[in-house]
Unconditional design. Structure first.
Lengths: 459, 481
């Protein structure tokens, strides 16, 4: 059980947090032929765009209402109107997602009201669904923006019942913002093996998985289609991944009556046993041999790896659901969670096996990570890792200084097994060679000098 | 805000800008910022521009006063290098919350400055205004003034909130902050007749370090580079330079012109990209210094160095000339980079099939015309789809652009090279030209292109483009498959 504290500093140093609107924008990028728009100054969009380009190494569709000083004060209705007209003419999307920013929220733009007026004025625009979500930059964080956007998609795009066509093999899946396109591919394979058809909302595995389209497109290519969304009410079950998706799962259930279950994570042995067991139950099929083998391989990896993981001191800086997934799993592997810093509130934080979870920044993490054996955070931890001289595993978003961010996997038996290898190998590579104590050394037996910054003491 | 709008008007009135002088009074008042199209706009804001211009000052703390988006979404993402201090790469932000928006963020800003000084002890703190804090009326100039008095260290307000305009305007407002609060506030220990300022060079990928050894050899001292690899005190003492070179087109023309006005530092506009431009720049630096009182012999020494370097670098380029002659390049960039890179590439026989001039000034465009002839393919606003088509149809064989548009080329399965601020290779000076050509050559002749364009054997459609491209190993590869 952890105490959850908020940093008392006035100045945030080396931010861990990113803002809500771009979290929402990323969720919209998981819809097919969609154009996400930030209602703010052009810089809000430019920063988000560069961030995602560097992370995914893909062209990113993201537009702006290009607010300036005057339009901000007068209200942004004309800018939204112009943006919708321009996007409609140039990009011809199936759907437009708008997220507000700190700028337009400070002014207090009534975007829902604007949209009604705009649609009354331009009936041709009313044919394209627009999902608007309020996401001020000065509140909450990236994963909140993502989660709210998905909830809003369900509220606005999923029709209320009754659903004449029920399909017992169809499963709605609501992945949190920490679930990568690679994870979604893995999940799709798992569902497939049970004869189940998942509909992911949103589905970044279609749009940001690094495929080569035949022609250039200004909007997203791939992702959940509107047709998919419209039949979600006929599914057998909704599975949410990550506590952040609970409100979205609730919205789906109350709107469609489809029962829902939340998996707070899918990294580790026991959670995947529950997951696979549940899929076997739903599908009425025996667990395919492939998963029995994968499970056995994971168990073997745990046995081989536990020597390296036991009592290792871990520092993690990540958004709540990612922190929970990896923090809990590393604890299960015998590690000691020593430092945990996150970006926003979540019911999972106090359940972590650590003394304190701090809502803070990377400066806070750096102070707490002194003497740890492993640092896990996004690419911005690179400066800190160098200063601390400890092994560093890049997780979350942004990962701008490594290839393959979209295909990093954390869900399922297989990915858990591979994580043991990746992190275990780091521990092994950084293991300290024992050196014989010298005659004049003041150290006593049991304490060894190490080549790194840290000294290891055996008790 | 009134002082800010005054500043913006002043920047718009820039007499050093030829384009501006050609306008009527009314037009000039509107400013040079093109009205942005909602839903069809791209590019950074004024805050982004101000940060780009000043963040290369390596020993100061850059504190962003605003919500998390402005710094949290963007920090540590530029390639300006430092030869020493690293504090400029630390992300500082007040990360204001809802309460600050309601009650004002000035107290948090003041406390943040104190925390930074206590923990990191930089020689100065630069405070950047953003949209939200400007909108709620936080007076960063007053806070900075109070903090300067209280803590005895320069706390510099940079008043360029994103919503006042684009990056270019932000560059200029950053320049104004230096002129108002930094330049001329300290005196150098000594001066020499060979002291120059380099204005508008950001030391991206360490480019300044490609130029500095040549200047060192000539005995020319960079009193201050504004702002690549600069220290605060260097900028503060830059008013004692004898001459200045302005590098990045018009981005910092206000600094150059006002330093000429206030401190009699003559300047010229030059480029370090390309062999002839590099030589011209060295010549002009020497001429300006001699004109300002440096001994004549500098001219002869400079000429000798130019001859030696040109001969050396041409020899290095010789093997590439044959390989790259007639290769077709699409160049998508803005401002200074257009014409200086055009000249550089033409020197080795590369054909420029198109260049964007979106951010270029009239002089930039005239220069391109001069270089490429009247039928120069200049695009004011080329859409990504048009770029993609040019590449897909193999009208261009490689695209040189900024990181954001790289996938237009890569998804068309065509080579691409980064020539913007995030690039990892330094292309300035004589050796930089060799590096650029080597990178182009490396990209064009990578064996992956033949492979990635092959259709899978079970797919009917194959990529016919390759027939129009001449790659050395392609035919042999096809023959065996």
């Amino acid at each position: 059980m952890a105490t959850v504290a908020t940093s008392k500093k006035a100045c945030s140093v080396n931010p861990l947090k990113m803002s809500q609107p771009i979290g929402a924008a990323l969720a919209f990028m998981g819809l097919n032929n969609c154009m996400p728009v930030l209602h703010g100054s052009q810089g809000c969009t430019a920063f988000g765009l560069v961030l995602f380009v560097r992370h995914f190494r893909e062209a990113i569709p993201l537009q702006t209402t290009a607010m300036n000083e005057v339009t901000t004060i007068m209200g942004g209705m004309e800018n939204i109107e112009q943006a919708l007209i321009n996007i409609n003419t140039k990009a011809k999307p199936d759907i437009i997602g708008i997220a507000s920013t700190g700028l337009t929220e400070t002014k207090g733009d009534d975007v829902d009201g604007y949209l009604k007026l705009i649609h009354a004025r331009h009936p041709e625009l009313a044919k394209i669904p627009v999902v608007y979500i309020s996401t001020p930059d000065y509140k909450d964080a990236f994963q909140d923006g993502w989660a709210r956007a998905v909830t809003k998609m369900i509220e606005e795009l999923v029709p209320t019942g009754p659903y004449p066509i029920k399909d017992d093999t169809r499963i709605n899946v609501l992945p949190g913002s920490h679930i990568t396109p690679g994870d979604l591919d893995e999940l799709r394979d798992i569902f497939d093996a049970f004869g189940l058809t998942p509909v992911f909302l949103p589905d970044l595995s279609g749009s940001l998985d690094g495929h080569i389209p035949e022609d250039f497109s200004p909007t997203t290519l791939g992702g959940t289609t509107l047709a998919d969304i419209r039949v979600m009410g006929g599914a057998r079950l909704t599975i949410a991944i990550g506590e952040q998706m609970r409100p979205a799962a609730d919205a789906m259930q109350s709107k469609t009556g489809v029962p829902s279950v939340v998996f707070d994570r899918l990294t580790g042995l026991e959670v995947n046993d529950r997951f696979i067991g549940m899929l076997a139950g739903i599908s009425g099929r025996a667990v395919p041999n492939k998963f029995r083998r994968e499970r056995s391989q994971l168990v073997d990896a745990m046995l081989d790896g536990h020597f390296s993981f036991g009592r290792k001191r871990i520092a993690i800086g990540a958004e709540p659901d990612l922190l929970w997934s990896l923090g809990s799993w590393l604890t299960e592997m015998g590690c000691t969670l020593t430092a945990a810093v996150t970006t926003t509130h979540s019911p999972m934080l106090e359940k972590l096996a650590v003394d304190e979870v701090l809502i803070g920044d990377l400066e806070d993490l750096e102070q707490r990570a002194q003497g740890c054996d492993l640092l896990l955070t996004h690419s911005h931890g690179r400066q800190m890792a160098q200063r601390l001289d400890i092994p560093f595993v890049r997780i979350g978003l942004p990962l701008f200084d490594r290839l393959g961010a979209a295909h990093r996997r954390m869900v399922g038996y297989r990915a858990t097994r591979d994580l043991i290898f990746e992190i275990g190998n780091l521990f092994i590579a950084n293991g300290h060679e024992l050196t014989a104590p010298t005659q004049d050394a003041t150290t006593h037996i049991g304490t060894v000098a190490t080549h790194g910054a840290a000294t290891v003491t055996f008790n | 805000m009134s002082s800010l709008s005054g500043k913006i008007q002043e920047v718009f009135n820039e007499p050093g800008c030829g384009k501006n002088q050609a306008k009527g009074a009314k037009e000039r008042k509107k400013g040079c910022t093109k009205q942005l199209q909602p839903g069809a706009a791209a590019g950074g804001c004024a805050f982004d521009g101000a940060k780009i211009a000043l963040q290369p000052i390596t020993d100061v703390a850059h504190l962003v006063h605003g919500p998390i988006a402005c710094e949290g979404n963007s920090w540590d993402n530029r390639g300006a290098k430092s030869s020493g201090p690293l504090i400029y790469r630390t992300g500082f932000t007040t990360d204001i919350n809802e309460t600050d928006v309601v009650f004002g963020g000035e107290k948090r800003l003041f406390k943040s400055i104190k925390e930074i000084l206590d923990k990191y002890d930089p020689p100065a703190v630069f405070v950047y205004q953003t949209c939200v804090t400007a909108l709620i009326g936080d007076d960063i100039e007053a806070v900075c003034k109070a903090a300067t008095q209280k803590f005895g260290k320069p706390i510099i307000p940079v008043n360029a909130p994103g919503f006042v305009g684009n990056k270019n305007l932000g560059n200029k407002l950053a320049g104004e902050a230096l002129l108002d609060h930094v330049i001329g506030t300290q005196e150098p220990d000594y001066t020499t007749p060979y002291d120059i300022n380099i204005i508008g060079e950001y030391n991206l990928a360490g480019e300044l370090w490609q130029i500095k050894p040549l200047l060192d050899e000539l005995g020319i001292r960079i009193l201050a580079c504004i702002s690549g690899d600069a220290r605060y005190h260097e900028v503060a003492r830059s008013h004692r330079a004898k001459a200045a070179m302005m590098v990045c087109s018009k981005a910092m023309i206000n600094i150059s012109r006002k330093m000429e006005e206030r401190y009699n530092i003559p300047f010229f506009e030059g480029s370090f990209y390309g062999i002839s431009d590099m030589s011209d720049s060295l010549r002009q630096i020497a001429q300006l210094l001699v004109q300002q009182g440096a001994p004549d012999e500098l001219l002869a020494r400079t000429e000798a160095l130019i001859q030696r370097e040109e001969a050396r670098v041409w020899k290095k380029l010789q093997p590439y000339k044959e390989r790259l002659n007639g290769k077709r390049v699409l160049l998508i960039t803005g401002g200074v980079k257009s014409w200086s890179v055009v000249a550089a590439l033409q020197e080795i026989g590369i054909e420029i099939v198109g260049t964007s001039v979106k951010k270029s000034t009239k002089e930039d465009k005239d220069r391109i015309k001069e270089l490429m002839g009247n039928d120069a393919h200049m695009f004011d606003d080329m859409t990504p789809r048009e770029m993609y088509k040019m590449l897909k149809d193999a009208k261009a064989e490689i695209m040189l652009s900024g990181g954001r548009s790289q996938f237009i080329a890569l998804k068309a399965k065509m080579p691409w090279l980064d020539i913007n601020q995030e690039r990892h290779h330094a292309y300035a000076s004589y050796d930089g030209m060799v590096a650029l050509v080597e990178e182009i050559d490396k990209a064009l002749f990578n064996p992956i292109w033949e492979q990635v364009r092959l259709a899978a054997p079970w797919e009917k459609q194959s990529d016919t483009r390759d027939e129009t491209l001449s790659y050395p190993h392609y035919s042999s590869l096809v023959a065996t498959s």
